[in-house]
Design a protein around this ligand. Structure first.
Ligand SMILES: Cc1ncc(COP(=O)(O)O)c(C=O)c1O
Length: 348
């Protein structure tokens, strides 16, 4: 089977990792490369950023930071990755699933208000394929009900909505640099803290419950445990790899958008009766999806299944139809093969 995605390489990864080794003094988190990556992300997102070992870790940090407790309810769509739910379930919260929109497969913002109870604490919009949820309406619902918003922006590096980077709009945003993403460092992530009230505690939770970040900035003479926390820093070796990738973020995004737009044209012209990605201004071309009820063996070489729903959904729900979703390979050398496979299978 043709891989959905061949991990992006910029060519400078080994050079920067060698620099870390040659320097020989700093291999743990927030070293020179870590600081460069953080600064880059802060310029891009206009938000405070902290590198993490994964987006999963960033989501878990978010749940700790918001003091999510047993009995709290968290609203998200069932069409997301396991980590989105796990982060809150690990704190004892109940996940309440909300159906999705047929066009973007993102959470249906018009259904959220009806799911809010006096136990609801957080709304977690996941921006599928780097295409934004309706953040203005979600924020309005959250503000009028006193709820937090955590954006699962795992797939969203270099994706924008109304000029704002996805993940920088709610209280907290979580980004992934897993090798399946547009750019990566093997395993990696970042947490974006947009709500300034959460920033000081975010640093503590990330540093194993200590005030070490303040100590390293020379603000206090020693550091100690002051809260709960865990080990949520990205190592300098991963940050060196990530720096090489961030430097080519626009090139990597453009490559994907080129193939993504070719697919859009192909499906619009040849299979307009199918449901497929609609995109939006400012997305990063992370995923091109097709709902295909007649998936043939030929097409399966290039069209891979995706998330299975996190809950048993009503067959009448919009989410239910995603059981027939497939993602198309966004490698430029595969796109002609995808076109051929779809034409040959004669689903027209
Ligand atoms: C929507 C979503 N959330 C969270 C994650 C987890 O990201 P990571 O692998 O960086 O932990 C992924 C990874 O694919 C994802 O797609």
């Amino acid at each position: 089977m043709t891989p959905f995605h061949i991990p992006y390489l910029s060519g400078n990864e080994s050079k920067y990792i060698q620099e870390v080794i040659d320097n020989g003094t700093h291999f743990s988190g927030d070293g020179l490369f870590g600081k460069r990556c953080t600064e880059f992300l802060e310029n891009l997102t206009k938000t405070k950023a902290l590198l993490t070992p994964s987006c999963t870790a960033a989501l878990e940090m978010a749940a700790l930071l918001l003091d999510v407790q047993p009995g709290d309810e968290v609203i998200m769509s069932p069409f997301t990755f396991s980590s989105t739910a796990n982060a809150f379930e690990l704190r004892g919260a109940k996940v309440v699933y909300c159906d999705i929109r047929p066009d973007t497969l993102n959470i249906d913002e018009t259904l959220i208000q009806g799911l809010i109870t006096d136990r609801t604490k957080v709304i977690v919009p996941m921006h599928y394929g780097g295409v934004g949820c309706n953040m203005s309406m979600i924020l309005e619902i959250a503000r009028s009900n006193g709820l937090f918003v955590v954006e699962d922006a795992a797939q969203c590096i270099n994706s924008f909505q109304d000029g704002k980077h996805l993940g920088s709009i709610g209280d907290i945003g979580c980004i992934s640099f897993h090798e399946t993403k547009n750019i990566h460092c093997g395993e990696g992530g970042a947490i974006l803290i947009n709500n300034r009230d959460l920033l000081e505690r975010a640093e503590v939770i990330r540093e194993k419950g200590t005030n070490r970040s303040k100590f390293l900035r020379g603000e206090i003479p020693f550091y100690k445990k002051i809260d709960v926390g865990s080990s949520y820093l990205m190592s300098e070796i991963n940050a060196a790899f990530l720096w090489a990738q961030l430097q080519q973020l626009n090139e990597a995004t453009d490559q994907r958008l080129l193939v993504w737009n070719n697919y859009l044209e192909f499906f619009t012209n040849e299979f307009s009766e199918m449901e497929f990605s609609t995109g939006c201004v400012g997305h990063n071309g992370h995923i091109f999806w097709v709902i295909d009820n007649g998936l043939s063996h030929e097409k399966m070489h290039y069209a891979l299944g995706h998330y299975q729903l996190l809950s048993n959904c009503d067959p009448n729900s919009v989410a239910y139809k995603t059981k027939n979703i497939c993602r198309l390979s966004l490698e430029s050398k595969n796109q002609m093969l995808v076109f051929e496979a779809f034409m040959k299978a004669n689903t027209k």
